[in-house]
Design a protein around this ligand. Structure first.
Ligand code: IMP
Length: 173
């Protein structure tokens, strides 16, 4: 396993992203984190974000033990509260094919938030299958499966404080 992005670099970038989000949402923001992968990013982002901030969570089907997208997004847990008229930022771990995020954005936009933006810690544009707008991107990475800082491979490695590349990609087809 090789470190791709160190813990220090992540923390620095997350603070910058929090400053950008605060600048764009001076009246406060409603953060919606996508479980499970975004939980570590959300936790650091939220603590770097001064001022009014509320939270909700969604869970969607993930790759499980595979490392390629099926293109199917299943809503496993919906929000606890409505978002009509609210300034919402989706908090995601990584945008890869973009299929998950496009689906989530469509679902949330249909609920009439006042604004809807997206923050992703990582983006892997080389694998994009659909155009998707992400206002806040932490790091752009190359075409390697990564783990750590919330991201898993078969539910392992989420607890690493850095982003790492797996030498052996067990889920590759
Ligand atoms: P997309 O729909 O292909 O953009 O996939 C998004 C989701 O797939 C992310 O929210 C992650 O949960 C998962 N994912 C994509 N790439 C990786 C990776 O390199 N490591 C771990 N999970 C990943």
């Amino acid at each position: 396993m090789n470190v791709l992005i160190s813990s220090d670099d992540i923390q620095r970038r997350v603070r910058e992203m929090a400053a950008d989000i605060r600048r764009d949402h001076p009246d406060g923001v409603h953060l919606i984190a996508v479980l499970k992968g975004a939980f570590v990013f959300l936790s650091d982002l939220a603590r770097a974000l001064p001022g009014r901030c509320s939270f909700d969570f969604m869970a969607v089907s993930s790759y499980g033990k595979r490392s390629s997208s099926s293109g199917q997004v299943q809503l496993l847990k919906d929000l606890d509260a409505g978002i009509e008229g609210r300034d919402v930022v989706i908090v995601e771990d990584i945008v890869d094919t973009g299929l998950t995020l496009v689906c989530l954005q469509d679902i949330l936009r249909a609920r009439s938030p006042r604004s809807l933006r997206t923050a992703c810690l990582l983006s892997r544009p080389s694998r994009r299958q659909i155009e998707v707008s992400v206002e806040y991107v932490g790091f752009t990475i190359e075409d390697k499966f990564v783990v750590g800082y919330g991201l898993d491979c078969a539910e392992q490695h989420r607890n690493l404080p850095y982003i790492a590349v797996l030498d052996d990609d067990p889920g590759a087809t």
